[in-house]
Design a protein around this ligand. Structure first.
Ligand SMILES: Cc1ncc(COP(=O)(O)O)c(C=O)c1O
Length: 357
């Protein structure tokens, strides 16, 4: 079926009073964007994306506006990248565990999907050796996320460069979904864009800034491929979504304010989660990245987290069951919401884990 099982579940079942299933920063209000009425534009010159927005994105990355393609969120950006590059039957190499819509996208486009493992035992690092074993002359695209969804682990630039060399060796590209990158603030590693011409980097204002509903996303890659993606985008409309692009521009003008807002939420919340994980070491084990919006703990004494999930629902608390990431003993915990809600959700989780052990 041409759909994502995870997204269908997330839309129907993830909402809860204490929502630890989401993976983004709490949604912004119009006040957070410091909007003035004149910032809202309905029509204008945006046949290939609002030029001022493409320029703002390019400036953030030290790139040229020719290298920027606007898409509807990171999902739309990923779609444009894959639909432009892939033909039915092309081989695509996708990380495992992965954000499932990326897998569904490759399959929807008729690609033959192969996998490479990111292992809990190795801190969910990317292992070039594992890619080397699966890559072939038929491979057209590698798909990975950094920071990794679900674990939050950040790939080292040197390792990504090795991956780019492997891709270059067979004439493949690398799609690097960077939707969680900006939550690393000043510690963010270079974008894939700067790690080699094989890379196609995607991102949006969604996760790190609490602007999911805005759908402000982008692709960064070499100018020739970017132009092909803009022509692919012609199939979606004669112009881009002008209010989205105008408000996204306003977000870029206020990015440091939005960043402070995100930091004020994530720092205390991460402390709560890290303390929680350490104090439940008898029941769960976890790779803990220094900074992230999600973690992916594993139950030590169960084969699935489904019961834990169901019992948490009775306490109005949601998590993402690990089966959506092909790892049923794990669950994904997101903590970008109000600190008091994270604390209460963790309290419920704590009670159940203690009861369980
Ligand atoms: C890796 C990854 N890419 C893309 C998305 C979707 O981003 P957007 O809402 O900007 O389309 C998500 C959302 O969870 C994600 O985890």
């Amino acid at each position: 079926m041409k759909s994502s099982v995870y997204m269908t579940w997330a839309k129907r079942h993830a909402a809860a009073r204490y929502n630890l299933a989401g993976s983004g920063i709490l949604g912004c209000s119009p006040q957070d964007l410091r909007l003035r009425p004149e910032d809202i534009l309905l029509n204008g010159d945006n046949a290939d994306g609002l030029p001022a927005l493409r320029a703002a994105i390019a400036a953030k990355y030290g790139a040229s506006p020719d290298q920027v393609v606007l898409g509807q969120g990171t999902s739309g950006a990923n779609f444009l990248a894959c639909a432009t590059l892939l033909e039915p039957g092309d081989e695509v190499l996708v990380e495992q565990p992965v954000y499932e819509p990326l897998l569904a996208l490759a399959r929807t486009l008729g690609a033959t999907v192969k996998r490479f493992a990111r292992r809990f035992e190795n801190g969910y690092r990317i292992e070039p050796e594992s890619i080397r074993r699966s890559i072939s002359r038929r491979t057209k695209l590698l798909v990975l996320t950094s920071p990794h969804n679900p674990s939050g682990v950040v790939a080292e630039p040197a390792v990504l460069s090795e991956v780019a060399d492997l891709a270059a060796g067979v004439g493949a590209r690398v799609l690097l979904d960077e939707v969680y990158r900006d939550i690393l603030f000043e510690d963010a590693p270079p974008s894939g864009l700067h790690l080699g011409p094989q890379f196609i980097a995607t991102n949006s204002l969604t996760k790190s800034y609490g602007l999911s509903g805005l759908r402000g996303g982008w692709v960064l890659c070499d100018a020739e491929l970017a132009e092909r993606m803009r022509r692919m985008n012609d199939l979606m409309g004669a112009v881009g979504p002008m209010p989205t692009e105008a408000l996204s521009l306003q977000a870029f003008r206020n990015l440091s304010h939005l960043e402070s807002r995100s930091r004020a939420l994530i720092e205390p919340n991460a402390r709560l989660v890290h303390d929680f994980l350490r104090s439940h070491a008898a029941a769960i084990e976890c790779v803990i990245p220094p900074r992230s919006l999600t973690v992916f703990p594993r139950l030590k004494h169960a084969t699935s987290c489904d019961l834990l999930h169901d019992r948490l629902r009775e306490r109005q608390t949601s998590i993402v069951p690990g089966r959506f990431f092909e790892e049923p003993r794990h669950f994904r915990l997101g903590f970008g919401v109000q600190t008091a809600d994270v604390a209460e959700g963790l309290r419920h989780l704590s009670e159940l884990l203690r009861e369980h052990s």
